[in-house]
Design a protein around this ligand. Sequence first.
Ligand code: MV4
Length: 447
Amino acid sequence: MFQKILVANRGEIAVRIIRACREMGIKTVAVYSEADREALHTQLADEAICIGPASSLESYLNMEQILSATIAAGADAIHPGFGFLSENSKFAKMCQKCRITFIGPSAEIISRMGNKSEARKTMMQAGVPVVPGTKEPVYDAEKGKEIADQMGYPVMIKASSGGGGKGMRICEKPEEFCEMFRTAQMESVRGFNDNTMYIEKYIVHPRHIEFQILADKFGNVIQLGERDCSIQRHHQKLIEESPSSALTPKLRKKMGETAVHAAKAAGYENAGTVEFLLDRDGQFYFIEMNTRIQVEHPVTEMVFGVDLIREQIRIAAGYPLEKKQEEIQLNGHAIECRINAEDPKKNFMPCPGIIEDLHFPGGFGVRIDSAVYSGYEITPFYDSMIAKVIVHDKDRISAINKMRSTLGELILEGVVTNLDFQYEILNSPDFQEGKISTDFISEHFSI
Ligand code: MV4
């Protein structure tokens, strides 16, 4: 097992990883920017090294600086968390060259799955259902239009390197196609230096269902059910839950087996997520594979009783999976609400400031993953997520009621948050009846 792990991240995920390491008897090294001198992750780790100024580019994204810190501290491995360098194949490769274990899949798998048109092709070849569309990359608007005309509209134009909605367009009619294709492609060239595009049939009002998988170095792959992440706004997830109210046990089994098959086809290793869209007829389609631990991983941990960070570390250290698929049992229902320092009344503008007064709720089946404390200053340099509130109960309606009660106890003074907005979603009859899709927020709120 590793003696010492460097945590190449900040905020609640850095704290989450430090806690897992401590429980496992592994020493931790935090890295921090000048803006994070007083941050919780800086204070909780056994050692902390300043890696640069507040700007992410010069600190949490500074690969040389992070590798130097790892070598200086004598750490054997780096946990990248999510965001920042977590899906950077160049960084994974640099770790390999420095003989430092990158806790995640190999550089090759990160880059293969990061190229979404290639990932799509891999899945098609493995017989995993993908959204009807192109098999080969498309570079030219006119060629793309011929394909779209044949497929029938609406279609979705996607950048192969895209993410978070960048380089993505919904095209409703042929007249709009060429211009849309070119702007999406330009966005991709500017954002990712890649002009590779692909085209898919547009799935209307889908659910976003993702499966958690774990794969060890010995070819064992298991799945830990799904998370329903349909409640999102502008590609920012707000509420996630497990299990999804859209799946029957039969469909869950079929999608789970498909996710395992997809991971095996990719030669996957470590924790990963297979993303599907589920349409209103119960058809599901692979869209992407994420090669990192995700923000919403706690809902899976709560219903399956598996510590996913611990599993990531064990897998990277060369241990086989502790549990077989038959030993994995779904138990009850978990919901996560993301609390962000942002103002829903001002188009969800980030609202930095000092937390003047803080009270986190507790109780049976209540979990808070956060890195803020009373007196903590939320700076404008990083993501506005300040806490994840996770509840676990016997079924969906009990979990919703527990979340409403839990959020009611939460006190967070000094900064504007989306807490009341979360309340409104939870109180919505459609949400309570499970009538949700990725369009839920835009259909229910005039914002
Ligand atoms: C789609 C889609 C409908 N049809 N593809 C958005 C982000 C990227 N990961 C994939 N996305 C979508 N791809 C086809 N062919 C709808 C979305 C989508 C979405 C997906 C998951 C979660 C939230 C979403 C919000 C808007 C659109």
